[in-house]
Structure formats: structure tokens, C-alpha cells
Design a protein. Structure first.
Length: 438
């Protein structure tokens, strides 16, 4: 049965792998590691207000960069808009019409109406924030001009199949990796309640990741049936992360999703680092390509998926992984013990260039330039993740400051510091350096 399903996938079109892009550097990293498309937006209309470096100028640059590489970029307009947003929206839509991204991700009907008015040719994708979880709703949105539905994370695999069966011409997109929200498809009010920052306008403080203690309140209500205690939830040092959802990871379930009609696989994480993007996008790219490799046996494909998942478990910080609602684990997807699970590995830096040394008397050598993100130490073993998801293990015997060539024993991030080290092979830009913590 598994072999039959895999043969079906090999003959079909590969699903589109869609990665998050919180800035240009992340966008370029996502493409380098195999993303077919990215999604991005400016803070005013996107559900990422903080850790989002895009403005109109850099968004235009991002579109040009993507299209030059035959990649796609989708712009997020997925806030639940208020009247003040609608007043500012027409000017933004006119700019988008001029720079021509490949689609707009929308959740609010008012925003959708404005898109149709100011850019009627725009390709509209329905955001997961719109909570589309059934075939009739999908059909309704199709009648409104929506070309693709980003399904709610609560949809099961059987429901995906039925939605596709009843809407065969509609594109379906689903999240396969990243943070999960304890609220229904992200419609949360805790952040606004606790801090005044609205999650539904892209300014979530992530109060679900806090540690809480549940205890009786001082005041009590007396009712006819007897005394009833009123409980309040308080953030405390000694307590439980009772609202903290595990992270989604469907790397081993890709054949099931594709067979169910999901043609677009989405990774969450616009606020995450380039290291997260390189590791996760690279793993999913390798897993997808393997499914369509006619020379690879089904057993080898399964083994590869397992090893890639172990890579994500061991080399990244995460909250524990779940297969979520699609595969019946939504009710088990809480991490009560801590805010996240740390990794024994640390992201050190990203390659920004390589220059061949001109010396005919010696073997070919390259000077590799690196932007430092965390601690790098001379003489310490490192791993380098290459685009294409190859991994090089090596020791950086010597490194020098990129500014003046001074020999360094160690370098640190946070100061836009660049270092140079020598390598026997060329290491392409966007490659990622990491080291194991002692």
C-alpha cells in the first residue's frame, strides 16, 4: 500500500515548499536552501509586527530577487482589520500592484473587498486566520475569487481529502512545521488582555509560552448549591506552562498530505533565525525531493525522513514535536514542563562570501567570509550546513577579523562582526555554521 502511494506521488507534480521571510536575509536563505516560495509582509498589515524588517522599498527588492530566480513571493495582508487600517490600505495595494508579488494572503472580508477594488487582478489566498475547516466554507471562498485556501490547523487528514474532493480546482495549502497556537487558528485574546498588544493585529506577546500557577482567588462567591472558589491564572516562578503548545512537525507525513490533495506545504517562523530557516527548509526540501526519486526505495525514503526529523529534534530549539490535529494528536500537544527544549548545538554564523587564493604552488584554498551570530572559537570543531543540505564537519584552525586581518582566538555576534577562515573547498554563501556546546 505504501509503495503504491509513493508511485502516485512520483508521477504527480511536486508540492510547493513555502518558507517564512521576516527580512531580506531570511528570504535569501530560504531560497538558497530550497524553498519554492516565501511569504512576507510589512508590519502595518501583517501578523508579524515585531521582528519584521520589511518596508515598501525592501519588499520591492524582495519581489525582484525572487522573480530573478523564478521563485514566488506572497504578501501577507492577514490582520483582522479595524476601520483605521482600511483607510491606509488603498495606498499600500497600489504599491503592491506596481511591484507585482505572486499573491496576497488575506483573512478579513473587508480587506478582501479592498483588494478586489484596487487590484482586481490580484491572486488571493485565504489565510489560516480565516479558520477554513470544511468543504462548504472552501467552496464559498472560491466563489469570492479565492484561488488558494491555507487550511486551519484543526483540519484532519480525512477532512483535507473531502475538501479537495468537493473542490478539485481549488489549491490547498497546509502548515507542516512550526509553532502551534493554543487558540483556535491563532484567534487569541490573552496577549491583548495581559499587555494591550493584540495578537490579531500581529503584535502577540506569546503569553501562552509563560509559566503559570493556578491557585484559588482571595474572593469567593457563595451560591445556593454551596461555596464556589473563583480561580485565577497567575504567571509565577513555580508553576506549569499549561498553555504552551508543542511545535508541529509533519516531516514523516508528507506522503499522506500530498496524497490527500495538499499541493502547498508551509513552514511557520517569520520571527525565527536564518539558522532555523536553513535547517528546516533544507530538511523538508530533501524529504520532498526524495519522494520523487524513482531510484530510491520506499524503505530508504522512510529512513531518510526519520533521520531528517532526528536532525530537527537534536540540532534546533523547539517545544517538543507533535503531528497536531491532522493526525489526531491535537489533544496531546502541550508542553507543560518548560517553555522550550534547548539544543546541544549553537548557531555560530552564516557564510557571506568565498574567495579563491591565487597561489599556483599550493593546493587550491579558499578564504571564507562569515557573519558571526554567536560565539566562534579557533581550533574548535564546527559543522557547516550547505545549501542542498549537505553537512561538512571541520575544525576552524585559524580565523582572522574581516576588518583588519587580525588573528582571533574567538569572535562573538551582536556587533556585525565578520571573520575570515581558510578552507580546502569553496563554501557557498548562505551556508550555516554551528558548534556543539560543551
Amino acid at each position: 500500500m505504501v509503495q503504491k502511494k509513493e508511485k502516485q506521488i512520483i508521477k504527480g507534480k511536486k508540492p510547493q515548499l513555502i518558507a517564512p521571510a521576516g527580512n531580506l536575509e531570511k528570504l535569501k536563505t530560504a531560497f538558497a536552501f530550497g524553498a519554492d516560495a516565501v511569504y512576507a509582509g510589512i508590519p502595518d498589515f501583517s501578523l508579524r509586527v515585531r521582528i519584521n524588517d520589511f518596508d515598501l522599498e525592501s519588499l520591492e527588492e524582495a519581489v525582484v530577487y525572487a522573480h530573478a530566480r523564478k521563485k514566488k513571493i506572497f504578501i501577507t495582508l492577514n490582520i483582522l482589520a479595524h476601520n483605521r487600517h482600511l483607510a491606509e490600505l488603498p495606498a499600500f495595494l497600489k504599491v503592491l500592484k506596481m511591484i507585482k508579488p505572486d499573491g496576497l494572503i488575506v483573512s478579513d472580508p473587508g480587506v478582501m473587498s479592498a483588494v478586489k477594488k484596487y487590484w482586481p487582478e490580484a491572486r488571493i489566498h485565504l489565510s489560516t486566520q480565516a479558520n477554513c475547516t470544511n468543504w462548504q466554507a472552501a467552496r464559498f471562498w472560491r466563489s469570492q475569487g479565492v484561488r488558494r485556501i491555507v487550511l486551519g490547523r484543526e483540519v484532519t487528514l480525512d477532512e483535507m481529502r473531502e475538501i479537495k474532493k468537493k473542490n478539485p480546482s481549488l489549491e490547498l495549502e497546509a502548515f507542516v512545521h512550526g509553532a502551534m497556537c493554543m487558540a483556535y487558528s491563532g484567534r487569541c485574546f490573552l496577549s491583548k488582555f495581559f499587555t494591550g498588544r493584540s495578537a490579531n493585529l500581529g503584535d502577540c506577546v506569546q503569553s501562552c509560552r509563560w509559566k503559570y500557577e493556578v491557585r484559588p482567588a482571595e474572593s469567593l462567591f457563595i451560591r445556593p448549591q454551596g461555596r464556589e472558589e473563583v480561580l485565577e491564572v497567575v504567571e509565577e516562578e513555580q508553576g506549569s506552562y499549561l498553555l504552551n503548545s508543542q511545535d508541529l512537525c509533519l516531516l514523516e507525513r508528507l506522503p499522506d498530505l500530498i496524497a490527500a490533495g495538499i499541493g502547498h506545504l508551509k513552514i511557520e517562523g517569520r520571527a525565527k533565525s536564518v539558522y532555523y530557516l536553513a535547517t528546516v527548509v533544507g530538511a523538508y526540501r530533501k524529504a520532498i525531493d526524495a519522494l520523487y526519486d524513482e531510484e530510491m526505495s520506499p524503505a530508504r525514503k522512510k529512513s531518510l525522513a526519520r533521520s531528517l526529523k532526528r536532525e530537527l529534534e537534536e540540532k534546533l530549539n523547539h517545544r517538543g514535536y507533535t503531528e497536531g490535529f491532522a493526525f489526531g494528536q491535537g489533544h496531546l500537544a502541550q508542553n507543560l514542563n518548560d517553555s522550550h527544549q534547548g539544543s546541544a548545538w549553537e548557531f555560530c554564523g552564516q557564510v557571506i562570501g568565498a574567495q579563491e587564493q591565487k597561489n599556483k604552488k599550493t593546493k587550491k584554498r579558499y578564504l571564507i567570509s562569515v557573519k558571526v551570530h554567536n560565539t566562534l572559537k579557533a581550533g574548535e570543531p564546527i559543522e557547516i550546513i550547505l545549501p542542498g543540505y549537505g553537512i561538512i564537519k571541520m575544525e576552524m584552525k585559524e580565523m582572522r577579523a574581516g576588518s583588519n586581518g587580525e588573528r582571533l582566538s574567538e569572535a562573538h555576534g551582536g556587533q556585525n562582526q565578520e571573520i575570515i577562515f581558510e578552507s580546502p573547498r569553496e563554501i557557498p554563501p548562505f551556508s550555516i555554521l554551528r558548534r556543539k556546546l560543551k
